[in-house]
Design a protein around this ligand. Sequence first.
Ligand code: NAD
Ligand code: DGY
Length: 326
Amino acid sequence: MKKKIIAYNRVETPVLEDLQKKYDVYFYKNIDTKTDPLFLEHLSEAQGIIGLELEVDKELLEHAPHLEIVSNVSVGHNNLDMEQLTERGIMATNTPDVLTDTVADTVFGLLISTARRIPELDQLVKNGEWKTEAIEPEYFGTDVHHKKLGIIGMGRIGQAIAQRAHFGFDMDILYHSRTRKPDVEEKFSATYCTLDELLSESDFICLITPLTPETEGMIGKREFQLMKKSGIFINGSRGKTIVEQDLIDALKTSEIAAAGLDVFEKEPVNAINPLLQMKNVVTTPHIGSSTYETELKMSELAAHNLEAGLNGRKPPNLIDESVWKT
Ligand SMILES: NC(=O)c1ccc[n+]([C@@H]2O[C@H](COP(=O)([O-])OP(=O)(O)OC[C@H]3O[C@@H](n4cnc5c(N)ncnc54)[C@H](O)[C@@H]3O)[C@@H](O)[C@H]2O)c1
Ligand SMILES: O=C(O)[C@H](O)CO
C-alpha cells in the first residue's frame, strides 16, 4: 500500500508531481489546521508531512499516530515542537545551504534599498513628483560602502552577508553569535563583539538568527536605544526575534533612522500596521528565499529528506539526530 503524505503550503509543482507518482499526497494551503475535518482525517493516516510553516505542535501530533517524518521546506524550524517530535521518535528535517546565497541577496537588497531610499524614490518618480532637474537634498540617501555592518547570527546566511559586505562593499564587519568563529574573522576581517558593542557601533545591523526561546524578542526598546540615531536595522530572521512595537516606537522617535524588514510578528502583516505607513521602512513579504531556482532546490531537498526517512534511510538534514536509530 502507498504511504500517505500531507503536503502543506509550498512544494514546487515538479516535486509535488513526482511525489504523487509514488505516494498518496494530500495538498493543503491556507486552511485552519486545527479544525479542517478533511485535513485532520488525512493527518490521522499520514506517515509523512512536507511543507512550509505548518505549526507542528502537541495538539497536531495527537492527530497523527502514524507520522514518521516532518520535512520542512525551509531552513527555519521554529514551527516545529522539537521536544514533542523527539519524544515520539518522529524525524524532522529542514533545508539548509541551498537557500543561503539567495537569502543573503535579499537581506543585502533590503539594506541597499533602505539606505538609498529606492522604493520611496521609485514612487516619487512614478507619481510625477520629480519636479526639479537636480533632485533636492531632502531625498539623498546614505552610503553603504565603507560603512560598519553588524551581523547578529554569524551562521550560514550571516557569513554570506559578510562575504557580500566585505568583498563587494568594503564594509567593516562586526559580528555577534553564540560562538566565536576565527575562520570567519580571518576571511572577512570581521571583529567579534558583545551584542551591546555591536548595536552601538554599527551603521547597519542585520539580524539573521533562528527564532528560539533565547532569541525571541532579543531586540527591543533597550537595544534600539543603543543603536546610532543614523542606524539602519534589517531583519531577515523571524518577526518575533524583535519586539515589533519597540521598533515602531524607535522609528517614531527617531531613535534609529530606518528599517528593512522581510519578516513580521504576524504574517501576513496586518494592513494597519504602522510600519507600513513609514517612508523610512522598506518591506518585503517574507521572500528571503523566494526565487524560482532556490524554491525548487528547497522542495527537492525536502522531498529527498522525506523519502529517505520514509524508506529507512537516514535523511541528510535531520534536525535532531538522536531520533535516528541505526
Ligand atoms: N527571511 C527569510 O525568508 C529567511 C530565509 C531563510 C532563513 N531565515 C532565517 O535565518 C535563520 C538563520 O539561518 P542559517 O541557515 O544562517 O542558520 P545557521 O544555524 O547557520 O545560523 C544561525 C546563527 O545564529 C546564531 N545564534 C543562535 N542563537 C543566537 C543568539 N542567541 N545570539 C546570537 N547568535 C545566535 C548561531 O550561533 C548561528 O551562527 C533561520 O533559522 C531562519 O529563521 C529567514
Ligand atoms: O526559514 C526559511 O527557510 C524561510 O524563512 C522559509 O521561507
